[in-house]
Design a protein around this ligand. Structure first.
Ligand SMILES: NC(=O)c1ccc[n+]([C@@H]2O[C@H](COP(=O)([O-])OP(=O)(O)OC[C@H]3O[C@@H](n4cnc5c(N)ncnc54)[C@H](OP(=O)(O)O)[C@@H]3O)[C@@H](O)[C@H]2O)c1
Length: 236
């Protein structure tokens, strides 16, 4: 079997996913990307296919015959008071965060089973495990992602490892309007015990580790990368 690992990245054109693509390529992995907006990914010499997370039905894109890893990045931040959060808001977040991953993983499973060391990484959010006002829709969807990760980790063990990463506010386009002034950035950083926003490159380093054989004793975990906000009180 080839030693080059084949990784499928969904949403690798931006933010944490983009950084993961660069790090995975630098480590000699081969990438297939599924994106609704390829950006400059073609310039990296990787295969890119169109993907819309809100579509329904079986994935039609032909995937590599063997997959050693799948990284599903699409996510959303819908922040509204609960009484103004519509059923459609809840459904949209569920489609992007949960059902999109379900479609991809159902299509990818035969290829994942052909690997000796397959790994899946999904994205949750600090809001799934820590109550935060105005986060009802995204927290509900990301709690679904966490349930999916743990359930598939059990169902696919020992063949395929499945983990989730749960960031807090991270400096990517997704969080753009929450940190679009210097004042907002400083205030958001100060809310975290470690006094900073998340750095997409460092979160991607954890993702790359979880996708690699070095993480072969890690499955069914939701790993917080959140500046301590979910678990630490500083009383400072
Ligand atoms: N940034 C944060 O503060 C934060 C906090 C907690 C959790 N997270 C989670 O971290 C993950 C990565 O997000 P990020 O911060 O790196 O954001 P990002 O830079 O916006 O990347 C998200 C990626 O998902 C894609 N995507 C979004 N909706 C999609 C759809 N309907 N169909 C296809 N692709 C879609 C985006 O494509 P486009 O470029 O076309 O939009 C982009 O490639 C997400 O699951 C997010 O929920 C982020």
């Amino acid at each position: 079997m080839s030693t080059v690992r084949e990784i499928l990245v969904i949403g690798g054109n931006s933010g944490i996913g983009r950084s993961a693509v660069e790090q995975l390529l630098a480590r000699g992995n081969r990438i297939t990307a599924l994106c609704r907006n390829p950006g400059d990914l073609h310039g990296l010499g990787i295969e890119v296919h169109p993907f819309e997370a809100e579509d329904t039905g079986a994935l039609e894109t032909a995937l590599p015959e063997r997959l050693d890893g799948v990284l599903y990045c699409p996510g959303s931040i819908t922040l509204k008071p609960f009484h103004r959060t519509s059923e459609e808001d809840f459904l949209k977040d569920y489609r992007i965060n949960v059902l999109g991953a379900v479609r991809v993983l159902q299509a990818a499973l035969p290829a994942l089973k052909k690997s000796d060391q397959a790994a899946v990484v999904l994205f949750s959010s600090v809001a799934a495990g820590t109550g935060m006002g105005f986060h009802s829709s995204i927290a509900t969807a990301k709690a679904g992602v966490e349930g999916l990760a743990r359930s598939l980790a059990a169902e696919w063990a020992p063949r395929v490892r499945v983990n989730a990463v749960a960031p807090s506010l991270t400096d990517t386009p997704l969080a753009g309007n929450l940190i679009d002034t210097p004042e907002k950035r400083v205030a958001a950083g100060k809310r975290h015990p470690l006094g900073a926003l998340g750095d997409p490159e460092k979160i991607a380093q954890l993702v790359v580790f979880l996708l690699s054989p070095a993480a072969d004793f890690v499955t069914g975990q939701v790993i917080a990368v959140d500046g301590g906000i979910s678990g630490v009180r500083t009383f400072g």
